[in-house]
Design a protein around this ligand. Structure first.
Ligand code: FDA
Length: 585
C-alpha cells in the first residue's frame, strides 16, 4: 500500500513544476509537488520574462500577472544592451534590446496584452508556488525523489523524507519530472537525448554594490565586458547582469571546461568584480558564488507512458536569449490542460501524446538557438581584432585604431557596428519567443496550408489563426462599458473557446449541443457591433483570417486547433468531428 495517493505528482518546484502545480490546481486537479530542498530558488538565476510566459501568468489570473509586474524591473529599464571594455571603461557599442527599439516596441505592443520584464527567479518561483498552494497543491519540501515504477494504472514513486531520513511511497496517476538539468526522473525513464552536457564552464558571482554612476544613464539588464579571459568558456563574454537596479548584480564569468573547476573564494570573486567593473577600489557585498556548466542537450522524447518531463529536465542550454524559465512555464501550459481533461474523463489518453509531439521540437529549437547565440559573439571579438583571444595591450591598440580617420578604421567601425547589430538574434528575438506553431493530433488543419513567414521567423512574430498557431492578440472593447479586453482574455482558463462573428450564431447553438454531448464546457463569443465584445478598431478583422460567419476553436493554452473560414451546412457535425479528434474520443 502506498503511503500517499494523489492524481499528479510533480517532482520539483522550479518554474516548470510550480507553474504546472498552479495550473492543475486552477483546473481543479488534485496534485502534489515535492522539492528536495526546504525552500525555492536561493539565487536569481533566470530573469528575462517574455510575453508568452506572461500570458500564462495572466491566464492564471490578473492578480498573478500584476504581482509579477510589481516585483519586476520594467521593460523600459532593460533596453540598452552595452558592450564595453569595463563598466568604468570605454563603451564599444550598444544595441536596443528586449523590445525597446522603437520598431520592436511596436511589435511587442501589437502582439500581446502583456509586457516583457525582468523578474528574477527568486520572485517568479514564490509567485507561482504560492498560487499553486493557495489553490490546492499539496507541497512537501525537504522531500527527495529517488525512483519510480509505472504500470498500466499509475506510477508508484519512492521519496526520501530528508528530515526523518525515512523512505515513503506516493501513488499517482501521472508523474511529472520537473526536476531540472540533472533530472533523475528523465534518467530513470531512459528518455533519449541529443547533444552534449558541459560544453563550457561558467561561474556566477552574486553581490551587492551601488553601480548607479556607471549604469543609470544607460539602463540595461546586461552589460557585456571584453576583458582578458572574456572569450573563454562562459556565455560569449564577461557579463555584469543587473538583478535589482542598480545595487544588486550577478557576474557571469567563464572558465576553461578542460581545466579544473576554479574555487571561487571571496577574494577571487572581488577580483573578478573589480576587473569587469573597472574599479580597483570597488567594495562588494558578496552574496554567493558558484560554478555551472554550459550545456547543449535536449530530449528527443519528452514523455513515456504516464511520466512526463519538462523544463530543464528536457532542454539544457545556456541563459543566452533568456529562454530557460520562459520555456519551462510554457511546457507546463501545454501539458496541464491535457492532463486535466484526461483525468476528468473528458479526453482520451492519446491527447497526452501531443505533449511530446508539440514540445520536443521546441526543446531542440531553443537549445540550438541559445548555443548559437554564444557563437555569434565571435564576430565582435573578430571586428576588434581579437579573434585569437583578448590581450589587453592589443585591445587598447585596436580600440585606438578605430578612432582614426583612415578607410581601414572606418571599415573596422562598420564591422563592429554590424557584429553588434547581429546580436539582435540573442537580445531581441521576438519570433523565437512567440512563433511556436504546433502540428499534432491535438490540432485539426483540415488541409489548410501553413502560412510561410514573411520576415525572419527568429526576429519577428507573425500572427496567424492557422490551426496550431497561438491565437493572435487584438484589443476588443466591451459593449456595456467600453473596457479593453484582449482576444486572449476571452480564451484559456482551462476551457475550449469558440470565436465567431455576426452571422456565425449557428456556431453558438452548435457549440452548446456539442459541449453537452461531449460533457465539456466550451465558451462562445460572438464579436461584432452591439455584441458583448466589439472590434471598434478593426484590428481583429485584420487578424482573424476568417469571415464573420466562420469560427475559430481555441484550446485552453490559447492555440487555435480548428478553423472554419466560412459557414458550413452542419456546424454541429463539423465541430463534433473536430473536437472528437482533438480530444482523442
Ligand atoms: P529548476 O532547476 O529551476 O527546478 C528544479 C526543481 O527540482 C527544484 O525545485 C529542485 O529542488 C527540484 N529537484 C531536483 N532534483 C530533485 C529530486 N531528486 N527530488 C526532489 N526535488 C528535486 N536561466 C536564465 O534564463 N538566465 C540565467 O541567468 C540563468 N542562470 C542560471 C544559473 C544556474 C546556477 C542554474 C542552475 C540555472 C540558470 N538558469 C538561467 C536556468 C534557469 O534557472 C532554468 O532554465 C529554470 O530554472 C528551469 O526551470 P525548471 O523548473 O525546469 O528547473
Amino acid at each position: 500500500m502506498p503511503d500517499i495517493t494523489t492524481d499528479v505528482l510533480i517532482i520539483g518546484t522550479g518554474p516548470a513544476g510550480s507553474a504546472t502545480a498552479a495550473l492543475l490546481s486552477t483546473y481543479g486537479i488534485e496534485n502534489m509537488a515535492v522539492n528536495r530542498y526546504r525552500w525555492l530558488a536561493n539565487t536569481p538565476r533566470a530573469h528575462i520574462t517574455n510575453q508568452r510566459a506572461m500570458e500564462v501568468l495572466r491566464d492564471l489570473g490578473r492578480e498573478v500577472e500584476d504581482e509579477a509586474y510589481m516585483f519586476a524591473t520594467h521593460q523600459e529599464l532593460m533596453g540598452e544592451n552595452i558592450f564595453c571594455e569595463s563598466l568604468a571603461g570605454e563603451e564599444i557599442g550598444r544595441m536596443k534590446a528586449w523590445g525597446n527599439h522603437p520598431l520592436s516596441k511596436a511589435e511587442h505592443l501589437m502582439s500581446s496584452p502583456t509586457k516583457m520584464n525582468d523578474l528574477p527567479q527568486t520572485f517568479m518561483e514564490p509567485l507561482l508556488f504560492k498560487t499553486a498552494c493557495s489553490r490546492g497543491t499539496q507541497a512537501r519540501m525537504s522531500t527527495e525523489y529517488l525512483r519510480h515504477q509505472q504500470d498500466a494504472d499509475g506510477v508508484t514513486t519512492t521519496c526520501l523524507d530528508r528530515l526523518t531520513q525515512k523512505e515513503f511511497t506516493i501513488r499517482s496517476k501521472y508523474l511529472i519530472g520537473a526536476d531540472g538539468g540533472k533530472s533523475l526522473v528523465a534518467e530513470n525513464e531512459n528518455l533519449p537525448f541529443e547533444g552534449k552536457m558541459g560544453v563550457g564552464g561558467s561561474m556566477n558571482i552574486l553581490f551587492k554594490a551601488d553601480l548607479t554612476k556607471y549604469v543609470a544613464h544607460r539602463p540595461s539588464v546586461l552589460y557585456w565586458v571584453m576583458q582578458p579571459g572574456a572569450d573563454v568558456g562562459g556565455i560569449g563574454m564577461g557579463l555584469v547582469r543587473m538583478v535589482r537596479p542598480w545595487n544588486e548584480w550577478l557576474i557571469v564569468w567563464g572558465y576553461d571546461i578542460n581545466e579544473p573547476e576554479p574555487v571561487v573564494t571571496p577574494e577571487f570573486a572581488t577580483g573578478v568584480a573589480r576587473q569587469l567593473i573597472g574599479d580597483p577600489e570597488l567594495e562588494i557585498e558578496l552574496l554567493s558564488a558558484n560554478t555551472w556548466t554550459v550545456n547543449n542537450f535536449y530530449a528527443t522524447k519528452t514523455s513515456n507512458g504516464r511520466v512526463f518531463c519538462m523544463g530543464d529536465a528536457i532542454h539544457r542550454h545556456p541563459p543566452s536569449n533568456g529562454l530557460g524559465s520562459n520555456t519551462s512555464i510554457q511546457d507546463a501550459f501545454n501539458l496541464a490542460w491535457k492532463l486535466a481533461m484526461v483525468l476528468k474523463g473528458q479526453a482520451g489518453e492519446h491527447l497526452l501524446d501531443s505533449y511530446d509531439t508539440e514540445r520536443a521540437p521546441v526543446a531542440k529549437q531553443i537549445v540550438t538557438r541559445a548555443n548559437q547565440s554564444i557563437a555569434e559573439t565571435g564576430p565582435i571579438f573578430a571586428a576588434l581584432g581579437m579573434a585569437e583571444g583578448v590581450n589587453p595591450e592589443q585591445m587598447q591598440k585596436n580600440l585606438e585604431a578605430r578612432t582614426n580617420g583612415t578607410p581601414e578604421a572606418e571599415a573596422q567601425r562598420e564591422a563592429i557596428r554590424k557584429a553588434i547589430a547581429f546580436k539582435k538574434y540573442e537580445f531581441d528575438a521576438h519570433g523565437v519567443e512567440m512563433n511556436q506553431r504546433y502540428s499534432s493530433d491535438a490540432v485539426v488543419t483540415d488541409g489548410q496550408i501553413e502560412p510561410a513567414f514573411q520576415l525572419d521567423a527568429d526576429l519577428h512574430y507573425q500572427p496567424t489563426t492557422w490551426p496550431g498557431a497561438r491565437l493572435p492578440h487584438a484589443w476588443l472593447y466591451r459593449h456595456d462599458n467600453g473596457a479593453e479586453v484582449s482576444t486572449l482574455d476571452l480564451c484559456g482558463h482551462g476551457r475550449f473557446t469558440i470565436l465567431t462573428g455576426l452571422g456565425g450564431e449557428a456556431w453558438v447553438e452548435a457549440t452548446a449541443r456539442v459541449g453537452d454531448a461531449l460533457g465539456i464546457e466550451i465558451v462562445t463569443h460572438v464579436i461584432g457591433p452591439r455584441r458583448e465584445y466589439v472590434d471598434h478598431s478593426g484590428e481583429w478583422a485584420r487578424l482573424a483570417e476568417i469571415c464573420d460567419s466562420g469560427c475559430l476553436l481555441v484550446r485552453p493554452d490559447h492555440h487555435v486547433c480548428w478553423r472554419v473560414s466560412s459557414p458550413v451546412d452542419d456546424p454541429e457535425a463539423e465541430l463534433h468531428r473536430a473536437l472528437k479528434r482533438i480530444l482523442a474520443r
